[in-house]
Design a protein. Sequence first.
Length: 239
Amino acid sequence: MSLLVLMAAVSPAVWRIAQDQLVRYGQQEAEVEPVAYHQAGADNPNQPCQQCDLAGANLQGQDLNRKNFRDADLSGATLTNTQLINAILHRANLKQATLQRANLQGADLSEASLIQADLSEAQMLHASLVKADLTYASLSQTELRDAALCSARFHHANLSEASLYGAVLREADLSKADLRGADLRYADLYKANLDGANLTGARLEFATMPDGSTYNQGYIQAINPSQGCDPNATSAKAR
């Protein structure tokens, strides 16, 4: 029987399935299909995903606003352009995750591991990263205005041209961080570690410096004194 006869004998539905399989497995460098939230550990997309295993998942561009990913494993996950407004990522594992241009406004990333994560151009206005580990993370041009960054670790992190206007960085580790061109106006850096940090071109007007002094004489206190720095309040929010 000729190939044309065989093709005609196959039902359209079965033929579509065969084509899908060929597309899926026939391309050597095919992109990973995005994983729907409900397939990633919850039967209902409105349900929380605490302690979910989403390592390496492609969640780019999805609407995950206000989702609960407390203690979830998102290491190596792709979350480019993902909506995570007010999401709970307390103690989540986001090592080497890609969050370029993700919207994390108001998100709780306290105590999260973001080692070598890519957060460049992300929106993190009012986000909480208290005690988060961002060692070697990329936050170039990231929006961190009014963020709570107390005791966060930014060792060797790239914060070039990031907006840290009014951010609270008390006791944060910014040693050897790249802060070239960063906006630190009104930021609270009291007791922060700036050893070896590159502040070339950074704006520091009215910032509270590590020794408690202010960059501009006459300024009295930080714009957001101790905002979001209470670990007990952070833990309660994440529950």
